[in-house]
Design a protein around this ligand. Structure first.
Ligand SMILES: *Cc1c(COP(=O)(O)O)cnc(C)c1O
Length: 379
C-alpha cells in the first residue's frame, strides 16, 4: 500500500464490531469481563482503549514500524521514551532540539540521574566523539526548530548501531509524509502530533512508533505505568486529522515553495532557512532523506527592521506559537517560543532577534503573499 492510501486504510481502518468506517469513540474507563481471570483483550482504559489502539496501529503503519503508542502530548511521549533509560545511563542529544525537550532534560530527567551530552548532530565526528561507556542512545530532530537544520539520520543510526546505541528521532517537523526515520535506520520515532499530524490546531497529543518488539514491550509497560495516555476523544480527532495529512502536506509545501521564492528576492529579508533552498548547505542531505521539504520557513529581517512591527502588521497570518496547522502561523522565536534561552546562548545558536518563523498554511497563496507584501511595506 502506498503512503496516501495507508493514511486512510492503514492501521485498523474500520470498527471490528460494526464495520463503521470511522472508528467509534469508545468512551469507557473499563470493560466487562465474561470470565474471571481470562486475560481479556480490553480490561482498563489506561492500559488499552480500542479507539486509541486504532490510532496506535495507524502511526505504526505510516512510520513503517510495527508498534505504536499514543500519549497526552508530544512532551509526554518524549518523557515516556526517555523513561526507557535508567539512572547512570548517558544519552547524546542534538543541540537544536525543541525547547521543552531541553527543559525536560535539564530540569526533570537529570534529577533522576540520567546524563546528557549536547552535540551538533550535523557533525558526525562530534557525535561519535561524545560516545562513552555508559552511552545508551542518540536523540535528535531533523529538521530542527527554528533553524531547520538537517542531520543525516542514516549516518547517525549507523554510528549508533556500531556502538550498540538506540537512535531516537523527533519527526514532528518532517512528518511521515516526507521522512520515515525507522526506514533510515532509527529505532524509535516520535511526534508532537499536536502539529502536522493533528493538523487543525485543535488537539494536543504525542505519538511514538518502533519496529523493535523489545522496545515496544518496554514502552507498553511504561505507557501503562506512567499513565500519560491519550484519551479516546482526542485519539479519534487525531485519526481524523491524519487521514488528510497527504492532501494537506501537498498544499502546505506548494505554498511554502511560493513563499520561499518571494522571500528570497525580497530586499528586506536577510538569511532564509528552508530545507528546500537549493543554495542552502543542508540541501543535499535533505534531498537524500526527505521526499519533500516541509512547510516551515524561518527568515531574518535585515538589521534595523522591526520584527514586532512586521508581525503585528499581518492581518491574515496569525501571530501565534505552535505550527503545522492548516492556518498560517507566524512567530518571533526570540520573544516567544525560544525566549527561555539566555540571549547570549540564543545568539550563539543563530537565533537572532530579527528571526521570524513562519508555518505556512493551506490558504490560497495569493492571499498569503498579499498579507506579507502589506506587512513588508509597513517596515
Ligand atoms: C511542539 C513540539 C514538541 C512538544 O509537543 P507537545 O505536544 O507540545 O507536548 C516536541 N517536539 C517538537 C519538535 C515540537 O515542535
Amino acid at each position: 500500500m502506498k503512503f496516501n492510501t495507508k493514511l486512510i486504510h492503514g492501521g485498523i481502518s474500520e470498527d471490528q464490531e460494526t464495520g463503521a468506517v470511522s472508528i467509534p469513540v469508545y468512551r469507557t474507563s473499563t470493560f466487562h469481563q465474561h470470565k474471571l481471570g481470562d486475560n481479556p483483550t480490553w480490561e482498563y482504559g489506561r492500559t488499552g482503549n480500542p479507539t486509541r489502539h486504532a490510532l496506535e496501529q495507524l502511526i505504526a503503519d505510516i512510520e513503517n514500524g510495527k508498534y505504536g503508542f499514543a500519549f497526552a502530548s508530544g512532551s509526554a511521549a518524549i518523557h515516556a521514551v526517555f523513561s526507557l533509560f535508567s539512572s547512570g545511563d548517558h544519552i547524546i542529544v542534538g543541540n537544536d532540539v525543541y525547547g521543552g525537550t531541553f527543559r525536560l532534560i535539564n530540569k526533570v530527567l537529570k534529577r533522576f540521574g540520567l546524563e546528557f551530552t549536547v552535540v551538533d548532530t550535523q557533525n558526525l565526528k562530534e557525535v561519535e566523539a561524545a560516545i562513552k561507556s555508559n552511552t545508551k542512545a542518540i536523540y535528535l530532530e531533523s529538521p530542527t526548530n527554528p533553524l531547520l537544520k538537517i542531520s543525516d539520520i542514516a549516518a547517525i543510526s549507523e554510528i549508533a548501531h556500531q556502538h550498540d546505541l538506540k537512535t531516537i528521532v523527533d519527526n514532528t517537523f518532517a512528518t511521515p509524509y516526507n521522512q520515515n526515520p525507522l526506514t533510515l535506520g532509527a529505532d524509535i520515532v516520535l511526534h508532537s502530533a499536536t502539529k502536522y499530524l493533528g493538523g487543525h490546531s485543535d488537539v494536543v497529543a504525542g505519538l511514538v512508533a518502533t519496529a523493535d518488539a523489545k522496545i515496544a514491550e518496554e514502552l507498553a509497560f511504561l505507557q501503562n505505568s506512567i499513565g500519560s495516555v491519550l484519551g479516546p476523544d482526542d485519539s479519534w480527532l487525531l485519526m481524523r486529522g491524519i487521514k488528510t495529512l497527504g492532501v494537506r502536506m501537498r498544499v502546505h509545501q506548494e505554498n511554502a515553495q511560493i513563499i520561499f521564492d518571494y522571500l528570497k528576492d525580497n530586499e528586506k529579508v536577510g538569511q532564509i532557512y528552508y530545507p528546500g533552498n537549493p543554495d542552502g548547505k543542508d540541501y543535499e542531505v535533505a534531498k537524500k532523506q526527505m521526499s519533500g521539504f516541509g512547510a516551515i520557513i524561518s527568515f531574518e529581517l535585515k538589521e534595523g527592521l522591526d520584527p514586532k512591527k512586521f508581525v503585528e502588521s499581518l492581518k491574515l497570518i496569525d501571530l501565534a506559537e505552535s505550527l503545522g496547522g492548516i492556518e498560517s502561523l507566524i512567530e518571533v522565536p526570540a520573544i516567544m517560543t525560544h525566549s527561555a534561552i539566555p540571549r547570549d546562548i540564543r545568539l550563539k545558536n543563530g537565533i537572532t532577534d530579527e528571526l521570524i518563523r513562519f508555518s505556512v498554511g493551506v490558504e490560497d497563496s495569493e492571499d498569503l503573499l498579499e498579507d506579507l507584501k502589506n506587512a513588508f511595506s509597513e517596515i
